[in-house]
Every structure is written in C-alpha cells, then in structure tokens.
Design a protein around this ligand. Structure first.
Ligand SMILES: [Zn+2]
Ligand SMILES: [Zn+2]
Length: 266
C-alpha cells in the first residue's frame, strides 16, 4: 500500500507528529508513504498564508526516514492550495525545495476558503461549481509545476445538504474540460478516500469522474487517505485500488523526486 496524501503537525489542521504517522503506517503494513503538508498562500479573505518552515520539514522527514529505513519508504511532498494569482509564489517554493511529489488543490475560490462553507453558501450550487471548476481550469492552464490534482470534486462536501449537490450530468462539461487539460499536460489525479469519512458516500473524485478520466485517456492516478491523524492512514486503500481495477485501470502511480513510477494493480 502506498498512501500519497498525508498531513502532520506541519499543517495548520493537524497535531500529529511525523513519527506517530510513520508508526501507524508501519503497523498498517504500508510500503511507502508521502507526507504532503499544506502550503496555502493568501488563503483567507484577510490574506493569511498557512505555511511551514521547509528546512524543519525536510529535517524531520530525514530523521524518520533514517530511523525507519528498513521498515518503510518515506517521501517528502507538499499540497499546495492554488489560486490563479499565485503561480509565481508557488513556482518559487517548488524550485527552492526538493519535493518528491506535488499535489495541487484548490482550497479557496475568490479568496474564500471552501472549508468554511461560505463559498458554497454565497452562490447557487451550479454557479459555485462553475466558479470552482473555472478556477481549476485557469490553474492547470497557467501552472505546470505539479504532479496530480487533489480531491477534484471535494467542493461537494460543502453544499448545505447532499440533496443540493447538482447532478453530475448538469455540470459534466466543466469536469470534461478540466480532465482534458490534465491529460494534455500529462498530469494525474488522485483518488482521495477522505470523502467517505466526511459522510459523502464516495471518494474524491466520484466514480463518474474516474471513469471519464480513463475514457479520455488518463492513466495517472495516485491513492491518498488525506489523513491528518495516525488512525486513518491507508484508510480504504484496498477498496480504492479495487475500484480502479474494476474501472479498467492497470496501474496506480507513486512519485519520487518528481518522477512517476507505475505500480501494477492487475
Ligand atoms: Zn486539500
Ligand atoms: Zn490534504
């Protein structure tokens, strides 16, 4: 098992030490894990940055890497919270640090953090989706220094009730454009198993999107639990892998030193 989306105390929303995450990963028989702590620039209406000191981050990763080198492979990634005005800042971050893996996610639209629920409250659901996927398109067109796009449809979580999430058919075109662009640019997506833990009943992205990505020629998929605490590491990994296999995917991918490696799931 290869969990490629994990947070630790270097993220604002986690208190878990790297060592506690690693211990749990070893207990759960993971073969490789990749820390992908948050860097979110200009993430709130008041312009706050959520960052960590990368020197400390790499130092800590190197410590656990060395200590557990015979038990598990540990990689150093990052999850960047992209917005269309931040390309230069993130390029600088990534060029100055040797990350193994970069997840680009969209956590804020129009500088409103999606997690707070304010964005999905402000607009009618279809309008909110248009703005969300519209910004994703801009980010993929304008920025290439990333490997996979994170939790593609996670905005679904923040609509008032599941009943008000628009039907996929009603915004299919928006997702189609995003997937086309990702494939053209040789970028992947992740299957992020946290959607189920949030009570949504599906992973991010949902099956229809995983299917469409495959149909359009997409192949690069990583699996991540998006754990912020040790108890959910590797959560639903086998089920996610089975889902991909059922959809006709032959491989999942892992990343090291920003290069992708296929893992056969046949
Ligand atoms: Zn995220
Ligand atoms: Zn995350």
């Amino acid at each position: 098992m290869y969990d490629f989306h994990l947070h630790s105390e270097y993220s604002i929303d986690s208190k878990a030490s790297m060592e506690s995450m690693v211990a749990s990963a070893i207990n759960n028989n993971l073969k490789s894990i990749c820390f992908t702590d948050h860097v979110d620039y200009d993430a709130t209406t008041t312009g706050m940055d959520f960052v960590f000191r990368t020197a400390d981050y790499f130092k800590n990763i190197n410590q656990v890497k060395y200590k557990y080198k015979n038990e598990i492979e540990i990689l150093a990634g990052v999850e960047i919270g992209m917005q269309p005005h931040l390309f230069d800042r993130y390029n600088t971050l990534i060029e100055n640090n040797n990350f193994d893996f970069v997840i680009m996610s969209l956590h804020a639209v129009e500088k409103i953090d999606i997690h707070t629920g304010e964005f999905t409250k402000k607009y009618e659901p279809l309008d909110a989706l248009e703005r969300y996927y519209g910004d994703i398109k801009k980010c993929i067109s304008g920025f290439s220094n990333f490997d996979v796009f994170g939790h593609l449809d996670f905005i679904d979580r923040y609509f008032n009730r599941t009943a008000s999430i628009p039907r996929f058919e009603d915004y299919y075109g928006l997702v189609y454009d995003v997937l086309k662009l990702l494939i053209q640019n040789n970028k992947g997506i992740e299957i992020n198993t946290s959607g189920v833990r949030y009570g949504l009943g599906y992973y991010h992205p949902k099956v229809s999107i995983l299917k469409l990505y495959k149909e359009l020629g997409g192949e690069i998929v990583t699996i991540g639990s998006d754990s912020h605490a040790p108890n959910t590491i590797g959560h639903d990994y086998k089920l996610a892998e089975k889902l991909l296999r059922d959809l006709g995917y032959k491989y999942i991918f892992i990343f090291k030193d920003r290069k992708k490696f296929p893992i056969n799931i046949g």
